[in-house]
Design a protein. Structure first.
Length: 319
């Protein structure tokens, strides 16, 4: 199996047949062995019916249907678990990602020896105010925080070596940061390719401005996990020590001042420094407890299912 194309989707009934035919045309013209994996993330339109028809027409088409909408990251996780291709291509189902880019992406993985190649929609057909400007700010922050030098982290059109998708854990809303997850897992040969962005032909976007707010929050999360995910005590313990030093410093000052310099002055409990010392030492203790709890959770956590599959076509479903 040369290529697996993983396509997460939500309510894209109008575009699926055209996208399928376009991908098949590209695969046949390049003599690729392929499979197409549609991951229906709880669509409420006729998307599943269209996919079922495509499966009957083409034995290379496979699909998973979620019980409800669990999110794009979960859809990609399910697709990655099933992908058998040496190269795994992801793209959105709205026809804004161009399947004609697949051969060049395939070459960058197989010949240029990249482990991951991310598309860069340099020229976009989205709204400048609602998407382009926030996207540029988001990508700038992601570059500075992660150290991964990509222009477009959120581009759905990406190519992976099979070993990458089998060794990264995509969860929550972390699909935006798959290159960062790959880097943290040890895959450092990450490339970028300018790809053609197409105007939306059917339906409407499923993402609003809130995705950028969530994206920045997820960026903080992935920074924390990549730095301290394996040893949370390193962060909370260090902050606890700082707070203890501050609190002990104020307490030591108050003790010296009362004993040697101002024994008849105000009571220690009447001075604001006493409450600063008390508060910082309590906060320091709480930070230490948070670090210990983090270490305990890390060592006792159990794997929980993050999505539930309702149906699968032409493959054995795995949750």
């Amino acid at each position: 199996m040369n290529i697996s194309v993983v396509i997460p989707l939500l309510n894209e009934e109008d575009s699926l047949k055209e996208l399928h035919d376009w991908i098949v045309s590209v695969m046949q013209s390049n003599s690729f062995s392929y499979e197409i994996l549609f991951i229906d993330d709880g669509s409420t339109d006729n998307s599943w019916q269209v996919i079922s028809q495509l499966v009957e027409r083409n034995s290379n088409v496979k699909s998973i249907r979620f019980l409800k909408n669990f999110g794009k990251s979960q859809a990609l996780h399910a697709g990655f678990a099933q992908a058998k291709g040496d190269v795994v291509i992801t793209m959105d189902a709205d026809l804004q990602d161009n399947p004609d880019e697949i051969p060049a992406l395939f070459k960058m993985i197989t010949q240029d020896q990249y482990e991951l190649v991310s598309g860069w929609k340099k020229k976009r057909y989205d709204s400048v105010i609602s998407k382009n400007i926030p996207s540029k700010l988001f990508n700038w922050a992601a570059r500075r925080t992660s150290g991964v030098k990509l222009h477009d982290f959120n581009c759905g059109l990406k190519a992976y070596s099979n070993v990458v998708v089998k060794h990264i854990e995509v969860y929550g809303e972390m699909h935006r940061y798959i290159p960062v997850l790959a880097k943290n897992a040890g895959f450092i040969k990450i490339g970028e390719k300018i790809v053609k962005h197409q105007p939306r032909k059917y339906g409407h976007t499923k993402f609003g401005m809130n995705r950028f707010i969530n994206g920045f929050l997820d960026l903080i999360t992935i920074w924390f996990i990549s730095r301290f995910g394996k040893r949370p005590m390193h962060l909370f313990g260090a902050l606890g020590v700082i707070m203890f030093i501050i609190g002990f410093g104020f307490a030591f000052y108050l003790g010296l001042d009362k004993l040697f310099f101002n024994p008849t002055g105000r009571l220690i409990t009447e001075r604001p420094q006493f409450y600063i010392a008390l508060a910082t030492m309590i906060i320091g203790s709480q930070l230490f407890i948070a670090g210990f709890l983090g270490e305990l959770i890390l060592r006792t956590k159990s794997q929980q299912k993050r999505y539930y599959i309702k149906e699968a076509l032409n493959l054995e479903a795995k949750a």
